[in-house]
Design a protein around this ligand. Sequence first.
Ligand code: NDP
Length: 344
Amino acid sequence: MFGLIGHLTSLEHAQSVARDLGYPEYAAQGLDFWCSAPPQIVDTIKVSSITGQKIEGQYVESCFLPEMLESRRIKAATRKIMNAMAHAQKNGINITALGGFSSIVFEKFNLQKFQQIRDITLEFKRFTTGNTHTAYILSKQVEQGAKKLGIDLSKATVAVCGATGDIGSGVCRWLNTKTDVGELLLVAREQERLKSLQAELGRGKIIELATALPLADIVVWVASMPKGVEISPDALRKPCLLIDGGYPKNMATKIQQSGIYVLNGGIVEHSLDIDWKIMKIVNMDVPGRQLFACFAESMLLEFEKLYTNFSWGRNLITVEKMDLIGKLSLKHGFKPLMLSGIHS
Ligand code: NDP
């Protein structure tokens, strides 16, 4: 059995989902209520592979919300993630993906040291961040998106916003070794980490976001931002492909201007319908088939009975592991979101 630990994108989103699901008393509640809500299994999922294999999984809602990252609620945020992991393990789930902010909170607050949650000793090998598959899918979206828009990658400038992050660094490694990219722009805030990534890659220009945007043919957004940033379309090249892999989205506005293409990043489409409700709640365009690549990673590990924390720690994603998870992704019928997700 596989598991997915997820959360909603904001308090407003949580309130509207509660209203839609017929819990008006929850919909009226503020952040304090969500801080005290326990994790819950809210969906049972059945997935078939194109190989004919069938697996079953469960979706664990952690009740974490990005607003909990403000300083006085950090304890609640970390508690949500640990309790959700304990809940998954207690329910016998073999391999669970830590979706959205779950793995970011886990790493940032070094939660590895809190292995004992009441009577449960967390077995970390039962969890994966899902970030290797996400980095692979984003890299493929760069390659396939460029092709679709007639952008010659060998002459193109690709900016990775969140380059020093777990997913961003994986994407940079792939673009550096597997793809012939003209210029690579590295965007993040902390300079030391940027310099060490640049040294590892042996290339890449460290640059501020505002300076990078007008230069980039393709922008990969993988910053861990509780709220998206506002971008003026006038600041962008045309054509320009914006691949937004953040959850919540890194861009605050839906940009609609000729020559600017926005692609839902880090999303896969399965070849067969998945029996679940949850992707409707997070507003996927085709909720029966589209899902976050990190969630798909736990499905792939379940299909292969690879009960191991395939993606774990920070900035350890290798091109070899991206290649491996990419092959499994294709084998079981997943593909990077592409044509239907691009609109001008
Ligand atoms: P990390 O925390 O490892 O990395 C985040 C990166 O963003 C760092 O480089 C950080 O560097 C940078 N960053 C943060 N804030 C800003 C800012 N204001 N401006 C510029 N850079 C910034 O995160 P992950 O790599 O684990 O995740 C990245 C994103 O991907 C998140 O939004 C996450 O929710 C999403 N995600 C999507 C998945 C999917 O399946 N589609 C799966 C898992 C995650 P610095 O702090 O130095 O600025």
